[in-house]
Design a protein around this ligand. Structure first.
Ligand code: F6P
Length: 387
């Protein structure tokens, strides 16, 4: 399991969105081989979604061949209710990117037969080949999706009664009135999350510090269901400093040192996105930049290669989707006036002047060391000797 620690929630969102963008682009999804993405709700991922919308609008990623599965949904809340998770996902992500409607999957908390609805969801996930990357948040009680304390670690999609702590936590979305918070939800299971080929959790805030400590410093325990990530072969947690408050100093230093040591001894160019190491730094002149600071030319090449990844997905779309001619303009990863070559100067400019998620985050992204694209996947500056 990897633990990536960033200064604050903004930096966490930025890192996470960049990671998702790069995973999709590296995967090069096509209609026949789509990228299947599990997605959470809650306040934590909102800024991640804004970044993803921004990347899409800039032509840096396409969701054309991405299939999504939302993690959960309240039972009995109309889909049109602003706090339904269906409305949430449309508001923050789905309405702003080029997902095909048939590729968007959400649980129906108003289905006549809730058990059948849950089975349908599990079947659909299997039918599309399983989830490639499950992005998740957690509750202060350590739940993942809505798998409250005591959930089976083998559980699959089902109806779940929300813990009182979760009802209290979510009352903020219902005018602070706990009586208005639905008490039941449909949720993917712990087993459903575990079955994903990769799990990425975002955890921010001091109120989740105990959960993070239980998750990574103690044993796998159904009372802190997120701890199941310890059993996953490809799991990563991205958290902020506040969320580390209950961790041992030794734990924090260790995980921080991993990034630093890898960058110094191995070199960023030899580390795969998911942490694989191809070789150690050698006499290769490029390895002198193994401290994580790419020379300007390499940085540009890196950005270009990402852009060409997106362009390549676009080309794949053209090649594989002879039946796509009827798609509207908004479904295209590039608008007519955008630079298809991914000019970096253009990319650093807000896409539009009207208020939009993309504009909001154009401001916020410049807050993070003024650096965009890949640089957020490495520490902005050497963190010093951690020991
Ligand atoms: O990000 P927030 O607002 O703390 O909320 C996290 C919550 O959202 C969820 O993802 C619900 O889907 C839960 O895992 C968790 O309760």
């Amino acid at each position: 399991m990897r633990l990536i620690i960033r200064d604050d929630p903004k930096a966490v969102a930025y890192y996470t969105a960049n990671y998702v963008r790069q995973r999709i682009n590296e995967f090069k999804p096509t209609r026949k081989r789509p990228f299947v993405l599990g997605l959470p709700t809650g306040s934590t991922p909102v800024e991640v979604y804004w970044h993803l919308v921004d990347y899409y609008k800039r032509g840096e990623v396409s969701f054309r061949h991405v299939i999504t599965f939302s993690m959960d949904e309240y039972v009995g809340l109309p889909r049109s209710h602003p706090e339904s998770y269906c409305a949430f996902m449309h508001r923050h992500l789905y309405d702003h990117i080029n997902l095909r409607p048939e590729n968007v999957h959400m649980l129906d908390g108003n289905a006549d037969d809730l058990a059948a609805e849950c089975q349908r969801y599990e079947d659909k996930i299997k039918e599309v080949g399983g989830i490639e990357l499950f992005l998740g948040g957690i509750g202060p009680d350590g739940h993942i999706a809505f798998n409250e304390p005591g959930s089976s670690l083998e559980s699959v999609t089902r109806v779940k009664t929300l813990a009182y702590e979760t009802v209290l936590a979510n009352a903020r979305f219902f005018g602070g009135d706990v009586n208005k918070v639905p008490k039941l939800a449909l949720t993917v299971g712990v087993g459903t999350v575990r079955a994903a080929r990769e799990v990425l959790l975002i955890i921010t805030g001091a109120h989740k510090a105990v959960a993070l400590a239980k998750c990574i410093e103690e044993g796998v325990n159904h009372m802190w269901t997120v701890s199941v990530v310890q059993l996953h072969p490809s799991a990563m947690i991205v958290c902020d400093e506040d969320a580390t408050l209950e961790l041992h100093v030794k734990t924090v230093r260790y995980f921080k040192s991993i990034e630093q040591v890898q960058e110094q001894l191995i070199g960023r160019q030899h580390i795969g996105l998911k942490g694989s190491i191809s070789k150690l730094a050698s006499s290769d002149p490029a390895d002198s930049f193994g401290s994580g600071v790419l020379p300007p030319a390499a940085a540009t090449a890196s950005k270009d290669s990402n852009t060409s990844d997106a362009s390549q997905s676009s080309a794949d779309e053209d090649a594989s989707d002879a039946d796509d001619d009827d798609d509207d303009v908004s479904s295209q990863p590039f608008s007519d006036d955008e630079d298809r070559n991914g000019d970096t100067a253009t990319a650093a400019t807000p896409a539009a002047s009207t208020p939009s998620p993309a504009n909001i985050l154009a401001d916020s992204s410049s807050d993070i060391n003024g650096v965009r694209v890949d640089d957020s996947l490495t520490p902005a500056a050497p963190v010093g000797n951690p020991f």
